[in-house]
Design a binder for this molecule. Structure first.
Ligand code: UD2
Length: 323
């Protein structure tokens, strides 16, 4: 437990990763202010709590960001356009969120002299891997505007560290899944999409041969990494990964076993921006943040399936955590 209440601004705090992170921070006696434009986040994702304040505003608006940053000691920047495919279709819109919006947050954090900025980077910065698992020092060759945008964010954070002394840690999340990930958009994360289709007796749609692999990490582990990063003296870049990979056909098999819905996938053309193999080295995560992922894929998927099967009104009840 923390001994005093820091004041933390969480951008995108009403979203999927944001709401899990906010809950964990509140459990640890932190004062939290959420800045969210509610475009994909929902107020219903957040608890009512005396130490939580919610501000509806947009990271693309620098006034919104500077106002929200006032009085904050730390910032967790999660608000983003998160879809790789959408960044290909709308690179300007994506960059406006992911570069200019991120720069607004970083600049405001530097101006407010926060003690730590933690921001969401992504495994998408790596692109084609020369070797697996991916080390933070690997060459970066992003295949999508999204990956390039996150790389630019990392460079900006480093630069603002030198120019203004802003201490920052960029977390390269691998593929995050868990309760509250919205399955409805065509750009939604693959686990949310596959599960939604299986539950509705529809075949999962696979782009390409389905042999592309991902390192899937449960959202509870991401929330733990975010909190550890905020209070760690470490600055720079760190993978948040399990170090395990699974391909999409294996994933469909596993989901079939866990849901008892076995449906053969329907294959659609592959996407040029798709990374083929992704698996992160997590030694730095362990050394810098003393975090070890606590949820195996099977356990995390079982938790997600339980959540999805609950009636909607039960969704605000406590989601299980692992200490
Ligand atoms: C995810 C994150 C991204 C970033 C990255 C890091 C989402 C929406 N995107 O991008 O923000 O952190 O991971 O690696 O969480 N696929 C199908 N059928 C579907 C949906 C997806 O075959 O119905 C494929 C897709 O073409 C890709 C793989 O599944 O090969 C994963 O897709 P994704 O959108 O879940 O995640 P990714 O890795 O593009």
């Amino acid at each position: 437990m923390l001994t005093f209440p820091p004041h933390i601004l969480v951008t995108g705090g009403a979203g999927f990763i944001g709401s899990h992170s906010v809950e964990l921070l509140l459990e640890n006696n932190v004062n939290v202010r959420v800045l969210d434009n509610l475009s994909s986040g929902h107020l219903s994702n957040l608890p009512s709590h005396p130490q939580l304040e919610v501000v509806v505003g947009d990271i693309r608006n620098s006034d919104d960001v500077h106002t929200a940053m006032q009085g904050m000691t730390h910032c967790l920047h999660l608000a983003a356009q998160v879809s790789v495919a959408n960044s290909v279709e709308d690179p300007i819109g994506s960059a406006t969120h992911n570069i200019l919006g991120a720069l607004n947050v970083m600049h405001a954090a530097a101006t407010a002299k926060v003690s730590k900025l933690v921001y969401a980077s992504s495994a998408a910065v790596y692109g084609i891997p020369a070797q697996l698992p991916l080390l933070e020092e690997a060459d970066l060759q992003p295949l999508s505007p999204y990956g390039l945008e996150k790389w630019v964010d990392e460079r900006y954070a480093t630069l603002l560290g030198s120019l203004h002394g802003l201490p920052s840690l960029g977390l390269r999340y691998f593929n995050v899944y868990g309760p509250r990930q919205d399955p409805s958009s065509p750009y939604a994360g693959v686990i949310a999409r596959f599960l939604d289709r299986l539950m509705n007796q529809q075949a999962p749609t696979v782009f390409g041969d389905g042999l592309q692999s991902r390192d899937f990490i449960y959202v509870g582990d991401i929330a733990s990494a975010n909190m550890a990063a905020l209070f760690s003296p470490q600055c720079g870049i760190c993978n948040v990964a399990t170090g395990q990979q699974i391909d999409l056909l294996e994933l469909i098999d596993l989901l079939g076993q866990l849901t008892n819905c076995h449906l053969a996938p329907q294959h659609l053309p592959a996407k040029a921006e798709d990374i083929r193999y992704s698996c992160g080295d997590n030694q730095r995560l362990s050394e810098w943040l003393t975090i070890e992922p606590k949820w195996s894929l099977k356990e995390g998927l079982s938790e997600l399936i339980n959540y999805v099967r609950k009636p909607y009104f039960a969704h605000d009840q406590q989601i299980n955590r692992r200490a």
